[in-house]
Design a protein around this ligand. Structure first.
Ligand SMILES: O=C(O)c1ccccc1NCC(=O)[C@H](O)[C@H](O)COP(=O)(O)O
Length: 263
């Protein structure tokens, strides 16, 4: 069983429990249901965008504890000030140490920065949660979803006014994915099944296979400014980066310094 299989197995239990506790109607009564979406797509395409989607995560299956002390409000407002095009907030608790409250706090403190709910979406109920908790974008991981699920979940996200980031690892995942309701395609450089990493070859190899009407981003295992420059030269418009900033004592300052180096 891969770590991704374990995460999905646990997520199925969590979602079933969450549905028993909070109804879709209750989620729909959240103030954020009426909130206008702040477009990550537009932020990435804006002139002078850094393209960086900086991530708040305390731990991960591949790295263990990364930063359990950084405050969510302080880190995310610092990210926004440092020039993040968007902010990714992990809401998975068991494997990443995140909470729904992290997203709610990030929303409260960052009213004009696009926020990605970073979680493992398997059910449309989670899309209602994402909207209720103030997200602008959801992540769909092609590796753990069937074609029909990508179609229905992306459609539901658009119905609720959320943007969709579809994550892929190989050409088969691009080919199987219905793209009508996908806004951004992200190539994850980390193999989620065996954690193989340390290069961005997947992003380089897959660029030409991603439909041209999608915003293209590269995800994970990015730590060097030259890598961002190399990926930009190919045509990538966004870079999802977590550990590189979160492993420092001041993630926002680390982003600020990184932004200077990619200008
Ligand atoms: O990071 C992991 O260990 C992991 C394991 C299983 C599923 C997902 C995982 N990571 C999620 C991510 O994709 C990253 O948090 C994100 O892309 C940022 O990556 P990085 O810059 O390498 O922290």
């Amino acid at each position: 069983m891969t770590i991704l299989d374990q995460i999905i197995e646990n997520k199925q239990i969590e979602v079933a429990r969450a549905k028993e506790k909070v109804s879709v109607e209750e989620l729909q009564s959240s103030v954020y249901f009426k909130k206008e979406t702040i477009s990550l797509k537009s932020a990435l395409l804006a002139q002078n965008s850094t393209g960086i989607i900086s991530e708040y995560k305390r731990k991960s299956p591949s790295k263990g504890d990364i930063n359990v002390g950084a405050g969510i409000a302080e880190t995310t407002t610092g990210y926004a000030k440092a020039g993040a095009a968007g902010i990714s907030v992990l809401t998975d608790t068991v494997f990443f140490g995140g909470f729904k409250e992290d997203l709610l706090i990030a929303r409260e403190h960052n009213p004009s920065t696009p926020l990605l709910r970073k979680d493992f979406m398997i059910d449309e109920y989670q899309i209602y949660e994402a909207k209720a908790w103030g997200a602008d974008v959801i992540l769909l991981i092609a590796a753990n979803l069937e074609t029909e699920e990508i179609e229905s979940l992306s459609k539901k996200a658009h119905e609720l006014g959320l943007e969709v980031l579809l994550e892929v690892h190989n050409k088969e995942e691009i080919d199987k994915s219905p793209m009508q309701n996908v806004d951004i395609v992200g190539v994850n450089n980390r193999n989620l099944k065996n954690f193989a990493e340390n290069n961005v070859n997947a992003s380089i190899e897959l660029f030409d296979f991603i439909p041209n009407d999608k915003v293209k981003i590269s995800e994970s295992c990015i730590s060097h400014p030259d890598t961002v420059k190399q990926l930009r030269a190919i045509g990538y418009q966004g870079f999802l980066m977590g550990e590189n900033f979160m492993k420092t004592s001041n993630p926002a300052k680390a982003l600020e310094e990184f932004v200077e180096l990619i200008k």
